[in-house]
Design a binder for this molecule. Structure first.
Ligand SMILES: Cc1ncc(C[n+]2csc(CCOP(=O)(O)OP(=O)(O)O)c2C)c(N)n1
Ligand SMILES: [Mg+2]
Length: 736
């Protein structure tokens, strides 16, 4: 039963379809036959894949069986290549309706090189069709939903800032074409089980609050693998739980009835297109083929329950409908089905003949093939502007120069938006307009004044939800925007971990360069704060350098922060930009403003001081501590330390390390994170492996104790590596 709050936006009445009254005229007989063709094709592709899996010719199968009517209806109500789509694995019929072919699907199943969705990298049914705006999907349940919200925000942003969509040379924009429509809708679907993921609620919240044209479709087949819906959802019905979200148009429908489903989609899409807000369709469907081929539902569902489902099979229902209404007779149905079978046979044969990808392609598209952020062409000199009065230029802090870089880049590139917790000057902008307040601009004030300068469209606060920040940024970046978002404290990055590990760095690789999401995640990191304690002092950069596809930068001074942040923003890859809180306003490493084009390429270390006796490789807040120790060692013992500041952790500058260690024959890797399995472990291992012949002593690490940072400063000092620890290690190694 459809519970509808029909808003009747323009054009809907003509499209109105009511299955009960048989007023399905707006779907012509041809469209209904087409709907059946799509649904039947979808089912038969599943059947053929199941056979192929049993014959071990493909390696995985998950079906869209039972979900075909909803898919066809959505495909009819939305516009392929115009609207945007974040489907999930049951949406085979939707993809067919949008224009995908069984051949393309089967190429994915066999893992062919020519698989247009992933080039053999993803499981079947992980849809990705750039030509239809179907954005690359992954396997984590629910991780697509916040991205869909960001995608809708991207469309709206470009509609409001059409100049921003223009192509531009000299940075990522050269390779990132933008298309948008003023009235586009973003479709996102998920199962009943996936509504239990927190990210679903975060997405509903933002779509509701910002009145975004996102169409949420919950395909409720009553089970998440073996877990029934009443265990997932309080009260057993998601419609009831979400009913309180403002601005939505809600529909709860029998998703096995294509005509009723189409009617609900037409109403909801019209509502979203008209800019009224998001839509929510809760479609009750069935799952006749168990969860996947690895699941046997007879183990947890009795026959009687399965029979009830079978009686609602959308394929049979549609067949009977067509016959009953005289749209197709039995012969006509047979002819259509035979045609589908014949075409499918050709597609299967072609897929089985398709060449697999060659192993030498595995490293392709981890990063942008177009823009190399390590290129020395990016290196520019800082602009030195001598003041007219002849006075010295006042050196700026790292915080100042990060703020200045953000401002410069926002001026240069209208695709940049900044959001995160507390980053705006004030969400209640009338206070700013009336000049009642100064504005906040971040808990560390790094984004201070940007909302004032660029407006609330470009700098705004997010809800207190880290996955929300990163998930939306990914969706926006997919559309060609450049979100530069902030995670307030590294210690609180973990709610975003699914997006940071399984999504952001994988968008390009898993879609075989079909999509990309180059955004910047700025994160305040690190300790030495005197009172920062456990939850405001953590490092953990190696967790991210361990993630292929993610650039990781960690500057130690103001000038490097400015140059590297600019490279990060102009880059065509996702960048995690780690800003050490202790260094924000340190006297060490201040520098004059280097101008609006100052850049440093990624992966180029800086030799802070050269030496001949020992190499210390470090980064971040350990740099000034190591420098202090090295200077003392030279003063007191004449040992000359070569100090290398890596600046960029992925990629890192192996050449500079190798040249230095080959010269000094002794190496210490120092880092603020806990010693074991920390970032320096990899560097130490590489030195041991590749520079063994040059070593006169073992490779040493100096790092934090294997414990979290405690509150009491005496404890903090004992836990984090100090200049004295570095001095001791340097002296010992020099004497080894
Ligand atoms: C984050 C995450 N946890 C667990 C899984 C394993 N898993 C895959 S599908 C699934 C059930 C999904 O159920 P539902 O959302 O109802 O969709 P359905 O498959 O029933 O259409 C689970 C637990 C996963 N893919 N991702
Ligand atoms: Mg389910």
């Amino acid at each position: 039963m459809a519970t509808k709050t029909d808003p009747k936006p323009a054009g809907v009445a003509d499209e109105k379809v009511r299955s009960a009254g048989k007023t399905y005229e707006s779907l012509s007989r041809e469209r209904l036959i087409e709907a059946y063709r799509i649904m039947y094709t979808s089912r038969r592709v599943d059947d053929r894949e199941i056979l192929l899996k049993r014959q071990q010719k493909i390696f995985f199968q998950i079906s869209g069986a039972g979900h075909e009517a909803v898919g066809a209806a959505a495909g009819f109500a939305l516009k392929s290549g115009y609207d945007w789509f974040y489907p999930y694995y049951r949406d085979r019929a939707l993809c067919l309706a949008l224009g995908a072919t069984p051949h393309e699907m089967l190429l994915m199943a066999v893992g062919a090189a020519a698989d247009p969705q992933s080039g053999g990298r993803q499981m079947p049914s992980h849809w990705s069709f750039p030509k239809f705006n179907v954005v690359t999907q992954s396997s984590p349940t629910g991780s697509q939903i916040l991205q869909a919200v960001g995608c809708a925000e991207g469309g709206r942003y470009f509609a409001r800032h059409p100049q921003a969509a223009k192509k531009n040379g000299g940075d990522y924009r050269q390779f990132k074409d933008v298309k948008f429509q003023g009235d586009e809708v973003t479709y996102v679907s998920l199962g009943d089980g996936a509504t239990s993921e927190g990210e679903f609620w975060e997405a509903m919240n933002t779509a509701s609050n910002r009145k975004l044209p996102v169409l949420f479709v919950v395909e409720d087949n009553g089970y998440a693998i073996s877990v029934p819906v009443e265990v997932q959802t309080a009260g057993g019905n998601i419609s009831r739980l979400v009913a309180g979200f403002p601005n939505f148009h809600f529909e709860e429908i029998d998703g096995t009835d294509p005509v009723a489903s189409y009617a609900a989609f037409a109403r909801t899409v019209a509502y979203c297109r008209a800019g009224e807000g998001p839509g929510f369709i809760h479609a009750h469907v069935i799952r006749p083929y168990s969860h996947s081929l690895s699941d046997d539902e007879r183990l947890y569902r009795p026959e009687a329950e399965r029979n009830l489902d079978a009686a609602r099979d959308p394929i049979t229902r549609m067949q009977m409908f067509l016959i009953r209404e005289g749209i197709l007779d039995e012969k006509g149905i047979n002819r259509l089905e035979k045609q589908v079978e014949d075409e499918l046979q050709v597609a299967v044969d072609q897929a089985l003949d398709a060449a697999p990808p060659t192993p030498d392609t595995i490293m392709q598209f981890i990063y942008s093939p177009d823009l190399d952020p390590t290129s020395s062409a990016l290196q520019t000199e800082p602009l030195s502007v001598a003041p007219a009065d002849g006075k010295k230029v006042a050196p700026k802090t790292m915080a100042d120069l990060i703020n200045a870089t953000l401002r410069d880049e926002m001026r240069r590139d209208e695709r940049i938006v900044i959001f995160g917790e507390d980053v705006a000057d004030a969400s209640r902008e009338q206070y700013l307009e009336e000049k009642l307040i100064k504005g906040k601009g971040g808990v560390f004030k790094l984004t201070y004044g940007l909302q004032n300068d660029f407006g609330s469209d470009r700098v705004f606060n997010s809800p207190l939800a880290e996955a929300n920040i990163v998930g939306r940024a990914i969706g926006m970046a997919t559309r060609g925007m450049k979100p530069v978002v902030e995670i307030q404290f590294f210690d609180y990055i973990w709610p975003a971990m699914m997006q940071l590990r399984d999504e952001l760095p994988l968008i390009r690789w898993r879609s075989n360069n079909g999509f990309s999401s180059p955004c910047v995640i700025r994160v305040a990191i690190g300790g030495y704060l005197t009172g920062g304690a456990i939850y405001h002092s953590q490092c953990g950069e190696s967790i991210f350098t361990h993630t292929p596809g993610m650039r990781v930068v960690f500057p130690s001074n103001a000038l490097d922060a400015a140059g590297l942040l600019r490279t990060a923003i102009r880059c065509d890859d996702p960048v995690l930009f780690l800003e050490h809180k202790r260094l924000y306003r340190e006297t060490f490493g201040r520098a004059p403003y280097p101008g609006p084009d100052y850049m440093i390429p990624f992966g180029k270390a800086k030799v802070v001081q050269s030496g001949t006796d020992l190499t210390v490789i470090t980064y971040g807040a350990v740099v000034p501590r190591a420098l202090q120790a090295a200077q003392k060692l030279e003063r007191e013992h004449g040992v000359k330390v070569e100090l290398i500041d890596l600046r960029c952790l992925n990629p890192f500058d192996w050449e500079t390390i190798a040249a230095s260690v080959s010269k000094t024959n002794r190496a210490i890797v120092a880092y603020e994170d806990t010693l074991s399995w920390g970032y320096g472990a990899e560097i130490a291992a590489r030195i041991a492996d590749q520079l063994f012949d040059h070593l006169d002593a073992p490779v040493r690490r100096v790092a934090a104790k294997d414990v979290f940072v405690a509150y009491q400063p005496i404890l903090e000092d004992a836990i984090l590596p100090q200049a004295e620890d570095l001095l001791r290690a340097m002296k010992e190694l020099a004497e080894y």
